[in-house]
Write a protein that binds this ligand. Structure first.
Ligand code: C2E
Ligand code: CA
Ligand code: CA
Ligand code: CA
Length: 279
């Protein structure tokens, strides 16, 4: 790199341009993916820890790339968020999740709640409520079967705005849960004013739950907090029998994770629920 190393500008400029260029390329690819229907949703069951029933599924976005195969959301959502493309992509997710949930109900499956992740950019969009109303109208899904997952850190960025938006959603009959709970430092006094139905204990606290006393302390504190505020509590990222045993013993309400099922296709959910029905 001797010829480029004569001064810093020349040395660093190509690297910077590469990153900017990569982002630009990804942005174009995402636009193209949206236009060519390359996005799909997988669904991960959420299970009642007492009854063992599947009562809800979380919709998780995947990009079915023509040459690269299935692409995970963490590789493209940050760019989608930065460029604003998360708004139309998120709108597609909302419509598709509502459509699929209504199709399951029409096919005679026991009614499920479908949980949809909403990013910060989407949540702050002035027309979020209108978009949710449209997704419900277009699909014919009743509002009570839709739940939006918003992260604790998103809410804490602007508590007043978040509470106003959450109230408007609640008035529609849509449920709200706080995702990644325990990572974002909500004050307890703020938490009690949030119109939410559930807290989702972040999977970072579940991972070493069987052995880590600090994680045990956080998990049991969140569970008690939920009980005292009359909120349901779900643990995410549950993989092992030991984790399930701890959650049961501490009266956690619900769980989600590979222990019960990985995220699967819509058909996979049908099979899973049919299997349960047949015993
Ligand atoms: P998240 O909302 O916290 O979702 C949970 C993630 O944990 C998912 O990763 C899920 O597949 C994974 N997971 C589930 N069970 C287990 C387990 O037992 N062990 C472990 N280690 N992981 C488990 P995924 O599907 O790759 O999604 C990653 C993140 O991408 C999500 O985190 C969410 O923040 C975001 N995301 C996914 N779909 C959407 C979407 O439609 N819209 C938006 N805005 N964000 C989305
Ligand atoms: Ca989530
Ligand atoms: Ca989460
Ligand atoms: Ca997370």
């Amino acid at each position: 790199a001797k010829e480029f190393g004569r001064d810093n500008f020349q040395f660093y400029a190509p690297e910077f341009n590469t990153r900017a260029h990569e982002k630009f390329v990804l942005q174009e690819e995402l636009r193209n993916a949206l236009a060519h229907s390359e996005f799909i949703l997988l669904y991960q069951p959420q299970v009642d820890l007492r009854s063992g029933d599947v009562f809800a599924v979380e919709a998780l976005l995947r990009w079915k790339h023509p040459t690269r195969g299935i692409v995970a959301p963490n590789t493209f959502i940050p760019t989608a968020e930065e460029t604003g493309l998360i708004v139309p992509i998120g709108d597609w997710v909302l419509h598709e999740a509502c459509r699929q949930n209504k199709a399951w109900q029409d096919a005679g499956l026991p009614p499920l709640t479908v949980c949809v992740n909403v990013s910060a950019r989407q949540f702050r969009e002035p027309n979020l409520i209108g978009r949710v109303v449209n997704a419900l109208k277009d699909s014919g899904l009743e509002a009570r079967y839709l739940e939006l997952e918003v992260t604790e850190s998103l809410i804490m960025q602007d508590v007043e705005l978040a509470v106003a938006t959450m109230n408007a959603l609640q008035n529609l009959g849509v449920q709200i849960s706080i995702d990644d709970f325990g990572t974002g430092y909500s004050s307890l006094s703020a938490l009690k004013t949030f119109p939410v139905a559930r807290l989702k204990i972040d999977k970072s606290f579940i991972k070493d739950l069987a052995v880590d006393e600090n994680d045990q302390a956080v998990a049991s504190a969140v569970i008690s907090l939920g009980q005292n505020l009359h909120l349901r509590v779900i643990a995410e990222g549950v993989e092992t029998d030991d984790q399930v045993a701890f959650l049961r013993k501490n009266n956690c309400d619900e769980m989600q994770g590979y222990h019960f099922s990985k995220p699967v296709s819509a058909q996979g959910i049908e099979k899973l629920l049919d299997g349960k029905r047949d015993g």
